[in-house]
Design a protein around this ligand. Structure first.
Ligand code: ADP
Ligand code: ZN
Length: 435
């Protein structure tokens, strides 16, 4: 089901017109109301009048996470606080969090983006949407909540954690839709498997919307099999409001980006030039509708590519490939670039392993070490190292061939690796001088 066919299926030509109008307005607001942007544009010698259409976007300055921190908390705000209705902030692993503020229209547009994704899973009246993303400053909980509201569905604001209760209510209330991180969904699936009170047959779950962290096709299969649902990817970031910047459609072949609100570009992160269409690079967004905190050319550090071929679903909105990872998640181990998601891909190829893993990187005797904790599934696990050996060898070979580095693999009993209720932590890089 398409939530807003007029926009989601708009001709490319009309979309460019709409984007041009909105860009011109956004740039003018940034220049007039946000000293940071006026300074940046003056440095580049660009005036709002120079932006005549969306084709002029590459004349504009970039915005980085660093800039957002420098302007903390409200330096990028373009409206007085009397027009603001809500403040959110991302977790921010180091230092100050990244702040976003919202007018009434911003909240409405944000809900619209989430509603478009939910509609792809036919979410509507009568659906019970269990929102197991964290509520609070994190945008996941309230973002999914407001989107469900816009679709006329029932909101169940349970937030993340308390898994026993999650699965009890899932059964008792007849939850049909689950929203949470893919790692938490996997944990809930495990809890259902282990539970003597709740059986998968008792549940009415039909579809899940998973995002806020990278996940793989292997993980999708795992979740769809275990929870007996359709698992749909939803993407977003605090800087662009939150979840619902885009999402998969029923074809599950790439994330449609809501280009009427967020203009995407892919750049080469070294040269900052656009890559050739269809090539991988860093995703950059310009907000086209945000009022409280408009953002020009925000460098997400997410690595992906854009797919312009039309989608079978009828939506004309461009699609984005799965996010390979964030450039700051990338580890350089013995000179080789490694993304945690590559390990998840490999693990989910094996029926013997769970998708849980933890990587520890260190440096000993001037050489990088790469330790990988994994779990064998219950039916394959034995504490006896000799019995583990036949499982280690194929995993080792596959990692060497796909990722290009030799891991020290440690097999742990099932359930030993920490389960996360939000975004999972996969890496501990202990090297003092990270390269
Ligand atoms: P933080 O930066 O603290 O994690 P956010 O919640 O704003 O705060 O995180 C946004 C980031 O989460 C995105 O830039 C992206 O890296 C990641 N992300 C969100 N949704 C997805 C998704 N569906 N697939 C992959 N990565 C995602
Ligand atoms: Zn589609």
């Amino acid at each position: 089901m398409i939530h807003n066919p007029e926009i989601e299926c708009m001709s490319r030509e009309d979309m460019r017109k709409l984007q041009s109008e909105r860009l011109i307005k956004t740039v003018k607001t940034c220049y007039d109301k946000v000293p940071f942007y006026r300074r940046k544009m003056d440095e580049l010698g660009v005036k709002p009048e120079d932006i005549k259409s969306i084709d002029d976007i590459n004349k504009l300055p970039f915005t980085t996470k660093h800039d957002l921190r420098d302007e903390y908390p409200f330096g990028l705000q373009a409206v007085p606080m009397t027009d603001v209705r809500r403040i959110h902030a991302s977790s921010g692993t180091t230092g100050k969090p990244v702040v976003d503020t919202y007018t009434d229209n911003d909240i409405a547009n944000w809900s619209e983006g989430v509603a478009r994704v939910l509609a792809a899973g036919n979410v509507g009246h009568g659906d019970i949407v269990q929102v197991a993303y964290g509520y609070g400053l994190f945008t996941g909980g309230l973002g999914a909540h407001d989107g469900a509201n816009k679709r006329g569905a029932v909101q169940l604001p349970i937030s993340a954690g308390n898994s026993e209760k999650q699965i009890m209510l899932m059964k008792d209330f007849g939850t049909s839709v689950l929203c949470c991180t893919p790692s938490y969904a996997l944990h809930l699936a495990e809890c259902i498997e282990k539970s003597d009170k709740v059986n998968i047959e008792d549940l009415k779950l039909r579809v899940g919307f998973f995002g806020a962290e990278p996940w793989t096709e292997g993980m999708r299969k795992e979740l769809e099999d275990k929870l007996r649902i359709k698992a749909i990817d939803i993407y977003g970031l605090t800087e662009m409001s939150g979840p619902g910047v885009g999402g998969e459609c029923e074809c599950q072949n790439g994330t449609h980006l809501w280009e009427d609100m967020f203009f995407p570009e892919i750049i080469n992160p070294d040269t900052l030039e656009p890559v050739a269409p269809g090539e991988f690079g860093e995703l950059v967004f310009t907000s086209l509708c945000k009022e409280a905190m408009p953002i020009l050319r925000y460098r997400t550090r997410d690595l992906t590519r854009l797919i312009y071929e039309p989608c079978k679903c009828g939506r004309t909105a461009v699609r984005m490939d799965r996010i390979l990872g964030r450039s700051d998640d990338m580890m350089i181990i013995r000179g080789v670039n490694v993304f945690p998601s590559q390990i998840e891909t490999v693990l989910t190829e094996f029926p013997t392993y769970t998708p849980y893993y933890f990587i520890t990187v260190d440096r000993k005797n001037n050489e990088d070490t790469f330790d990988l904790d994994v779990e064998l599934r219950e039916e394959f696990y034995s504490p006896n190292p000799a019995k583990q050996m036949p499982f280690i060898k194929p995993l080792y070979d596959r990692i060497v061939s796909l990722v290009g580095i030799k891991p020290n693999i440690h097999i742990l009993p099932p359930g030993s690796i920490e389960r996360s209720t939000g975004k999972a932590k996969h890496v501990n890089d202990k090297r003092v001088f990270k390269n």
